[in-house]
Structure formats: structure tokens, C-alpha cells
Design a binder for this molecule. Sequence first.
Ligand code: HEM
Length: 228
Amino acid sequence: MEKLIAFYNSSIGKKVTMSLTGLFLCTFLVEHLVGNMILFAGREAFDSYSEFMVANPIIRAVEYLLFASLLFHPLVGLLLWINNKRARPQKYDVYMLKENTPLASRITMLTGSLVFLFLVVHLRTFFIPLRFAEVKPSPYGLVVEAFSSAPYCAFYLVALVFLAYHLRHGFQSAFQTLGLRTKSYIGLLDAVAFIFWFIIPLGFAAMPIYFYFFQPATTAAATALGVH
Ligand code: HEM
């Protein structure tokens, strides 16, 4: 146990924690996107899916791991960022960092903070009412209502651009830290990274766009009532 604590306290221990929690959050994103695609099948399908997820004890157990990762990942990232700032002389910061590292890497702290802010708003809109409201709303109805607002959709689209930037650096960096970004795997890793930083945010972006332009609140209400 002592060895584990000492490892965690080291800089490499913190980087490994970041990599493992980050990769776990990436797998959540795949599951969440696939599940949310059921939105395109309509109210009945999505509400039944949501009910199944809430009632499933395995999913509920994994949710604890998810929320622990959602807390640990940004917290440990902040600690590492503070340590790096303290350790690095100012001149190096100005000269070398800009020249030697790509934009996505330099702004990881900023993109991560904005994704975190997005998550707070997102959980407030969907997760909190679905889990804690006295009268449980329809999950599909909540999505339709949220995405009937242009500023809310715009906020989502901007947040997804930040998510894309965050994943662009984070996914590669995780494998680098774990020592798995070797010559033989680099091509495969770049292809999988592309799916994560480009295809997944694009898939999520399809939802506010679809509901705002093609399934506005009034149409969705009429469909739910069987009015055509
Ligand atoms: C843009 C399309 C999205 C839609 C329509 C959407 C919809 C939802 C809904 C309805 C819930 C509540 C599920 C429930 O409690 O039954 C939820 C939860 C959640 N969402 Fe999203 N989401 C989207 C994008 C995202 C993105 C991009 C992230 C991460 C960056 C994210 C992270 C989460 C988390 C962490 C939860 C709580 C855990 C859970 O309930 O599974 N969502 N989302």
C-alpha cells in the first residue's frame, strides 16, 4: 500500500492515473454515443433504453467508477499542471513550449476546464432531473426541450470543438505515458485517435443539430401524440 501511495505521489504516478482515467472516460464516450443514437429512433425507444440503463445494477455500479474518474481526472491534471508550472523556468515556458509542441497539447488545460464546465451544465440538464426529480420526466422530452434552444445548442457545439481538441492531445498522450505508442502501433493508434477526436464529437454534434432543425419541440410533441 505504501509503495502504491509513493507511486501515486510521483509525477509518473499522476500521469499514469491521468492516462487510465482518461482512457476509461473515452470508453464511456463510445457507450454514451451509441446509446444516444437511439434518440433518432424516437421517444418510445429512447425512454425504454434510458429506463433499462437506470434499472441495470451493473450499469449503476460502473457509474460510481465513472463519477470517480470524472473527479480524479481533472483534479490530478490540475495538480500536475501546478507542479509543472512550479518546476519550469519562465524562459523555457515562452521559447521552447510554443516551438516544440502542437496547439492541442499546449491548450490541454484550457480545453479540459471547458469540457468540465460543459459537463456541469450537461449533468444539471439531464442527469439531475432524471435521477432526483420527484416526478421523473421523459428523457427524450428533456433532450427535445434542451435542444429547442439556439443558445443551448450553440453552447453544445462549441463545447464539442473543445472536447475534440482535448481528445486529440489526450488520447495520444495516454498511450505515450503507458509506453504503448511504439513504432509498430503508431499507425493503428493514429487511426483510433482520429475516431475519438473527430468522429465521436461529430456524432454528438449531430444531436443538437437534428433536434433544433429537423425535430423541433412542436413536431416532437405531435409525433409523441401520434398526430402527423
Ligand atoms: C450532445 C449530445 C448528448 C446528449 C443528447 C446527451 C444526453 C444525456 C442524457 C439524456 C443523460 C442522462 C442519462 C440518464 O441518467 O438516464 C446524460 C448523462 C451523461 N452525459 Fe450526456 N449527452 C450528450 C453528450 C455528452 C458528452 C459529449 C459527454 C462527455 C463529454 C457526456 C457526458 C455525460 C455524463 C458523464 C452523464 C452522466 C452519466 C450517465 O447518466 O450515464 N454527454 N447525457
